[in-house]
Structure formats: C-alpha cells, structure tokens
Design a protein around this ligand. Structure first.
Ligand code: TYM
Length: 333
C-alpha cells in the first residue's frame, strides 16, 4: 500500500487554513493508504516556543487532528520528537543539501524577516528536517497546502543527490498532493497574505477552537471591498478578499467557487457574510467540542500518541539504519 506522510507544527491553535488546506484531506487517505501523520515539535522550536506552551499546544494539536477525523487506529499519529530517526536522518540531509538550495527557500525569507542574521540555524535547515520526516518512512505521497510545495521539491532534490552521490536507488521520489479550492486560505485582514497560526493578529484567522460568537465577529470584521459579489469567476480578478471568502464557503460546502457565485452573485457582503458564518459555525462547532472532550483526558491522548510513536519507530528505524550503512558509518552494536 502506498505510504502517505504529513506533518503540522504545534506552534498555535490549528486554523481554518490548516484544516481546509491540509487536515481535511488527510482524513480520507486513512482508508486508502498507509497514512502517517506527525505533530512536528522539532520544527516548532525553530522559532522561540515557551516550553509549557509547547507541551500544551502539542497535546492540543493532537486533539484537533483526532477531532477532525484522524483515527489513531486507522493511521499512525505521533509526535516528531518521540522518534529519534527524524533528527538523525536530518543530520545526514544537512550534509547532502547545498546552501544554495536553502538560500532559495521563500518560507525562510518570510519567516526570518529583515534580520536574517538573528534567525536560528534550525530555521535555515528546516526543510532538510522536513525531507527527513518523509524519507525516513519511504513515503511517496504528501498531502499539504500550496505553501509547502517548494519544500517538497527540495525533499526530492535531496533524495536524488543522496541516491546519486552514494550510487544507490534508496530514497523514492515523492509526490505532493495539493488539493482543492482551499489549498491557500488567505488572512481575513489581508487577502494577499496566507492565513497563519503564527500571525500576531488573531483577527486574521479562524481558529478551530473559536466559538460561534468569535467566528461571527471575525467574519463580520473581515476585510472586503465595496462592490457586491460578482456572478462569475472572472469578476473576482483583483479582489483577493472577496476571492478568499468565496473560496472558504466553497470549501466548507464541498463545492466550487463558481457554484457559490451562481448562488450568491449580486449580494452585498453583509448578507454573504451571514451565510458564511452559519456554514462555518455548523462545521466547526462539533470539532471544537470534540477537541475539548479529548483534552479532558490527557492520559488517554498521550497513550494514543505513545502507541503511534512505537508504530512509527518500527518503520523508520530500519530505513534510517540502512541510510547509516549506505553513508559508511561504522555499525553500532
Ligand atoms: P504548518 O504547520 O505550517 O501547516 C500544516 C499544513 O497546513 C497547510 N496550511 C495551509 N493550507 C492552506 N491555507 C493556509 N493558509 C495554510 N496554512 C497552512 C500547510 O501547507 C501544511 O500542509 N513544514 C510544515 C510541516 C511539516 C511537514 C513535514 C509537512 C513538517 N514536516 C513533512 C509535510 C511533510 C508546516 O510548517 O506546516
């Protein structure tokens, strides 16, 4: 069975962008593939995380994933730092990837901001760890949002160079699965920026834990333009905020933006925002309730994650042991 791998950082509460762009697409893959999903705490500490908050957010993220439909019996769900093979293979990949490749990563430039010299070295080699996450399982399909595409191309470059330098056909080519109208959900405050759990403004995003009143307020305050909605797609040209809200409703309702416009074209944003709020509240409220229920029993949650880590280790350790042998490390006992 084809192996799927994906990860999410516990650097905040999961957003509607994470949900529509990634998590929701992870759920059906449990039925058709061997699916491995990971809360990537090693990635999270590439920027400062308060230790107590990191622990809390890691559990919260795991609860969110289960509440969204991941079933720890039907997929492997675990925390990255529980499986050492990730860090070990990442080191080997640090020595395979070229500095020139990393210099081209747009996400590093965005996250490091103006003061690149002050960014952590971890943030710089972040994509190498991501490549290790996937290749430690010989996974070949990776469901992600649009923003991860460049990192996955790098993961393929690393695999190719490793195979070439060592004269092996060991790491397979991976295929990104970037799906649907919501592969890139934008900020509610600025339709040209992606919705992000690390944005300083909470008004810029819908969190999966937001209650009905908060969702209503955020949608009411969401930036729009003064024109009514168009009745065809071309009318969204140059209107990033309108395009984003239409895309969100389409994704939530499992339809296409053109169908949303056919139904709501000509409406002002006041009316449209009410419809959108209702759809979001109906969809997200049960998820938040289930998250809360899961977080009330942290022991059961931790136990599920420990079991997931055991299953993950059983796959990753032999693969990384083979990588060590290929590199020529003296066999350990
Ligand atoms: P992270 O934690 O930023 O996001 C998790 C997933 O959510 C998607 N996503 C979005 N999709 C649509 N619109 C948005 N506004 C939006 N924001 C986030 C992301 O594309 C991602 O799929 N580096 C990764 C985590 C990672 C990983 C991996 C992914 C670590 N190792 C191995 C795949 C395979 C990240 O920071 O995701």
């Amino acid at each position: 069975m084809t192996r799927v791998f994906s990860g999410i950082q516990p650097s905040g509460v999961p957003t509607l962008g994470n949900y529509l762009g990634a998590i929701r697409n992870w759920v059906p893959l449990q039925e058709t593939h061997e699916a491995i999903y990971c809360v990537v705490d090693l990635h999270a500490i590439t920027v400062w995380q308060d230790p107590k908050e990191l622990t809390r957010q890691t559990r919260e993220m795991a609860a969110a994933l289960i509440a969204c439909g991941l079933d720890p019996r039907r997929c492997i769900l675990f925390v990255q730092s529980h499986v050492r093979a990730h860090a070990e293979l990442a080191w080997i990949f640090n020595c395979v990837a070229r500095i020139g490749w990393l210099n081209r990563m747009t996400q590093f430039k965005d996250k490091a901001g103006k003061d690149r010299e002050a960014a952590s070295a971890g943030l710089y080699v972040y994509p190498n760890l991501m490549a290790a996450d996937i290749h430690a399982y010989h996974a070949t399909k990776v469901p992600v949002g649009e923003d991860q595409k460049q990192h996955l191309e790098l993961a393929n470059d690393i695999a190719q160079k490793f195979n070439h330098d060592y004269g092996v056909a060991f790491f397979p080519t991976i295929e990104p699965l970037i799906q649907g109208v919501a592969a890139r959900v934008m900020s509610l405050r600025d339709g040209t920026k992606k919705m992000s759990k690390s944005d300083p403004s909470d008004q810029s995003r819908i969190n999966l834990t937001d209650d009905a009143d908060t969702i209503a307020l955020k949608i009411r305050r969401a930036k729009t333009d003064p024109e009514p909605l168009p009745d065809h797609l071309a009318g969204l040209e140059g209107r990033p905020e309108a395009r984003n809200l239409v895309g969100i409703l389409a994704a939530i309702n499992g339809t296409l933006p053109e169908n949303v416009l056919r139904e709501h074209g000509g409406q002002g944003f006041g009316q449209f925002k009410n419809t959108l709020t209702e759809a979001l509240v109906a969809h997200l409220t049960p998820i938040a309730a289930e998250m809360k229920r899961l977080l009330d029993d942290p022991y059961a949650l931790d136990a599920a994650l420990h079991l997931g880590a055991e299953r993950a280790r059983a796959i990753a350790e032999p693969i990384v042991a083979k990588a060590r042998e290929i590199v020529g490390f003296l066999p350990a006992r």
